[in-house]
Design a protein around this ligand. Structure first.
Ligand SMILES: [Zn+2]
Length: 240
């Protein structure tokens, strides 16, 4: 299995690795800092170089139990030592959007009693789905924006902790984390990665996040639409 260096440090941008196996257009490495698409967050991009050739990594996916780095040219051979570099601008924006989505979700949970059904984190504009939320008029939008921005302006520290399963479930449940997401974690997962945003929010999440809410800027809520069964999709952007 590929060691996922970004699980412990979201600010790593460069790393050295060895090619463990190759496919037609991808390599599998012994370690990586590239975030594979998953949990609603879009894939990283970047480069891999062996010193003579630098290839673009256009997509990273977990498929058939392995992390595949898709390349824009013929893959390196097995055993090649490579240096990887993440497209930091893209990743950092994902980190800001993703952390902001947690705060938006928590705000809506507290003030509107809605659950998060899913999310799609990508640079430029992200979105999340909430239920039950039949209407979301201009007045509510502005109220949520102001509320979320007030939280962001508290400059809350964002921490990642690893906890054994039982301890994590207790910790999250005591802090009102929505159980639907806990139930989605397979029984085989014995160690949880816990996200703690100051005294405001906790979550079980494998995504990438900033270290302090001051890095996010402010939220600007855009359009929203019903996507069926009482579920409302809310789009948002970030402004500095
Ligand atoms: Zn997250």
């Amino acid at each position: 299995m590929t060691e996922l260096l970004h699980m412990r440090d979201n600010y790593l941008r460069e790393f050295q690795a060895i090619v463990k196996s190759v496919g037609d257009d991808y390599v599998v490495l012994d370690r990586t800092v590239f975030y594979p698409e998953g949990g609603g967050q879009s894939s990283d991009m970047g480069t891999l170089s062996d010193g003579s050739r630098t290839l673009n990594v256009t997509d990273i996916r977990k498929l058939e139990g392995e992390i595949r780095h898709k390349l824009d040219d013929a893959p390196f051979d097995v055993g090649t030592k490579v240096v990887g570099e993440v497209d930091w601008e893209r990743r950092y924006e994902n980190m800001r959007f993703h952390t902001c989505q947690h705060i938006l979700s928590r705000y809506l949970q507290i003030h509107y009693n809605v659950e998060t059904k899913g999310n799609h984190i990508t640079p430029g504009e992200s979105r999340a789905d909430y239920t039950p939320l039949e209407s979301f008029d201009e007045e509510m939008k502005r109220e949520v924006e102001a509320g979320v921005n007030e939280i962001l302006d508290r400059n809350l520290e964002v921490e990642i902790k690893f906890m054994p399963r039982a301890e994590a479930i207790k910790f999250l449940t005591e802090r009102d984390y929505q159980t639907r997401y806990l139930e989605m974690v397979p029984e085989s997962v014995q160690e949880f990665r816990i996200l703690i945003i100051g005294d405001y929010d906790v979550a079980s999440c494998a995504g990438t996040h900033v270290q302090n809410t001051s890095e996010i800027g402010h939220i600007q809520i855009g359009k929203s639409k019903n996507v069926g069964a009482g579920v409302r999709r809310i789009y948002f952007e970030l402004i500095k």
